[in-house]
Design a protein around this ligand. Structure first.
Ligand SMILES: CCCCCCCCCCCCCC(=O)SCCNC(=O)CCNC(=O)[C@H](O)C(C)(C)COP(=O)(O)OP(=O)(O)OC[C@H]1O[C@@H](n2cnc3c(N)ncnc32)[C@H](O)[C@@H]1OP(=O)(O)O
Length: 258
C-alpha cells in the first residue's frame, strides 16, 4: 500500500536540507554491485521501449492534485513530484514536463526496483532487491530525481535533490552520490541510445560542493559511438545554471550479456 505524501502539494520549508539551502533548494548515490547494475541496465531497455510508446505530455503536472501516485502494474512511479520536493525541483520538473508536449523530450518513469521496469519478470514482487538510487523508504531523505530523455540530441537530463541521509562533508552531498547520479544519467542516456551497457570508465572533476537539499541538474550527451564503445559527457549544475558542480566523461561498453 502506498503511504506517503499528498500529491500535488509542496513541502513546507523545513528539515536539514531546507536550513542548509539558503540560496536554493537542492539534494542525491555510487557504484552499485554488478548484478544490481545489470538489472538496472535491463531496466533501461524497458525504459527505452517505454520512451517510444509513451504519449507526449506524460502524467498530469504536479500542480494538479491527484489522490494517488502514478502506478504501473501497481508500482509507484518515484519520478513524480512528492511533498518533499523543493520549489526549485518542482519548477524544473514543470519546465521539462512542458518540453515533453511536442514529443522531443520524454519523462522516464522510475520504480524502486529494477524488475518493475521489466515486463513479465517471473520474479516480479518476490525479490527484495532495491534500486541503489531508490533504496530509502521515506520521501526526501535520499535521492529525489526525475530523468528526461531527448532522442534526437542523445541527451539525458536528470533533475535531482539529494536529501540529508546522503551527507559527505558536513552539510554537503557525498561525492559518491554525485558520481552515482552522473553514472545513472550518462548510463541511462547510453542505454537509450544503444541498448544495455556497462560502465567501463568514469572521470569526474568535482568543481563545487552540492548542498544537501539543493536542486541540481545532471545533463549528459552521448558524444560518440564507436563499435561497442559509447562515449558520454556530463555536467552537473545548480538549478539555475549559475554554478557548475561537476564535469565528467564516461565510457560505456555495449554488452550482450545483459
Ligand atoms: C537510476 C536511473 C534509472 C534510469 C536509468 C536506467 C539505466 C541505467 C544505466 C546503467 C548505468 C550504470 C551501469 C553500471 O554501473 S555498470 C557497473 C559498473 N561497471 C562494471 O561493473 C563493469 C565491469 N567491467 C566489465 O564488465 C568489462 O570490463 C566491460 C564489460 C566494461 C568490458 O569488457 P568486454 O570484455 O565486454 O570488452 P573489452 O574488454 O573487449 O573492451 C571493449 C573495448 O572497450 C575498451 N575498454 C574497455 N574498458 C575500458 C576502459 N576502462 N577504458 C578504456 N577503454 C576500455 C577496450 O579497450 C576495447 O576497445 P577496442 O579494443 O574494441 O577498441
Amino acid at each position: 500500500m502506498y503511504v506517503g505524501v499528498t500529491w500535488g502539494t509542496r513541502a513546507p520549508a523545513k528539515s536539514t536540507s531546507d536550513r542548509l539551502s539558503a540560496g536554493g533548494n537542492d539534494r542525491h548515490t555510487s557504484a552499485a554491485m554488478l548484478s544490481i547494475c545489470a538489472r538496472h541496465t535491463r531496466g533501461g531497455i524497458y525504459l527505452c521501449n517505454y520512451l517510444t510508446t509513451q504519449r507526449a505530455g506524460g502524467p498530469a503536472p504536479c500542480h494538479v492534485s491527484t489522490s494517488q501516485p502514478s502506478l504501473s502494474k501497481g508500482h509507484r512511479d518515484y519520478s513524480l513530484p512528492n511533498a518533499s520536493w523543493s520549489q526549485n525541483l518542482q519548477d524544473l520538473y514543470n519546465k521539462y514536463q512542458e518540453l515533453t508536449k511536442n514529443g522531443d523530450w520524454k519523462r522516464l518513469p522510475s520504480y524502486n526496483t529494477s524488475v518493475h521496469h521489466r515486463e513479465g519478470d517471473p520474479m516480479d514482487g518476490e525479490r527484495e532487491n532495491r534500486l541503489f538510487t531508490r533504496n530509502l523508504d521515506k520521501d526526501g531523505v535520499g535521492l529525489e530525481y526525475c530523468m528526461f530523455y531527448n532522442k534526437a540530441e542523445k541527451r539525458m537530463v536528470c533533475i535531482f535533490q539529494p536529501g540529508p541521509y546522503l551527507e559527505g562533508p558536513p552539510g554537503f552531498l557525498h561525492g559518491g552520490c554525485t558520481a552515482t547520479m552522473i553514472d545513472s544519467t550518462a548510463g541511462g542516456g547510453a542505454v537509450c541510445t544503444v541498448g544495455p551497457v556497462f560502465t567501463a570508465n568514469l572521470n569526474i572533476d568535482y568543481r563545487n560542493p552540492i548542498l544537501l537539499g539543493s536542486t541540481a541538474i545532471a545533463d549528459s550527451t552521448v558524444e560518440k559511438v564507436d563499435g561497442r564503445k559509447v562515449y558520454t559527457r556530463c555536467t552537473v549544475r545548480g538549478h539555475d545554471d549559475k554554478v557548475v558542480y561537476a564535469e565528467a566523461t564516461g565510457l560505456f561498453i555495449k554488452s550482450s550479456n545483459l
